[in-house]
Design a protein around this ligand. Sequence first.
Ligand code: CMP
Length: 348
Amino acid sequence: MVNNALRRALTINSVPANIILLTAMASYGAMIFAIIQGWPLWAVVVVTILTWLPVVSMEVGWTYRHYEWLALFYVLVLINAGHFMEHVVQMTQIHILGVAPKNAKGIISQLDTEWIHFSANLITLLLVLVLLSRFRQNVWLWVTAVVGTWHVIEHSYILNVYLQTGVTSSPGLLTKGGALGGGLPFIRPDMHFIYNLLVTVPLMLAFAYQLRRTYNEWLAKAFPHVAEDRLVEATSHLQALKLSAGATLVRQGDAADRFYIITQGEVAVTHRDEAGQENPVATLGPGQFFGEMGLLANAPRTATVTARTDVEVLAMDRNTFSGVVDSSETTAQDLAETVAQRRVALSS
Ligand code: CMP
């Protein structure tokens, strides 16, 4: 289950493998170009990362269409990962490279301003709170919210000191020399690295928790009476496929092996009569499914299904399909009704 959830989190569904490869090459190329041009380290890092922006945006969009609010979780995890890396680099600069704390500004030193620290942590907290409104059961998200709130309080105090006095990098509340009883024995970069760690760890656990409980919304729409844990289980067996207009997904007479839910585009269902004439039977679109008749009857495909436009479908293997149908009597009945109606249309 954990592996399935992890695999799902790491799989890029929205973009074909060749585009990912191209992006990786472009990113590498941009990095080499920037190094040869003698750009500063921060600029090299920014161009290397920015090349991935189109792929990441497509993937977030895809995740939103399939898992709704989980997409926001992805965005938050990515933002936090970037923030965390900055802290790790800063720790490396201070404790391994021996850079003086006031000069250790991470990779993108321009980001080391009190306004940016305050805003970044506030935005993170707001995103966590939005997610909490949706995922209330997620205990780790509550932990993230509590630590995040304290961190924002601390940065509000620091920002206030800066606005009142112009002093940057002040110790705030809990850093060594801080306003709360002189603070803890940690200098500011160390203390804020600890804060960041205390946000990042529960956030990752919250993400893992949610991934393991998330099911594909299209699957839930196709099977509204199936229990959530069964939907979660089945989701880990789904395969998202993209096909171009004109592609054949299912051919009449072939053996039936998979069930499909359409998530984008339209397909045409056609039936070949005894005279060999191909007759249109139906057009199916997002939310509708096909391939159930062959699987349920354990018989060859009753019709041919062709992509009318570019389409995206979720494919489910026979075992998963049977597991879903057998888990709910209402679902089995609904399907039997659909099949009966489709049979009538096939023979008319
Ligand atoms: P299956 O027989 O496995 O493969 C062809 C699919 O076309 C079939 O399952 C149904 O899902 C679909 N199909 C057949 N007849 C109709 C119909 N009348 N309306 C919509 N879809 C149909």
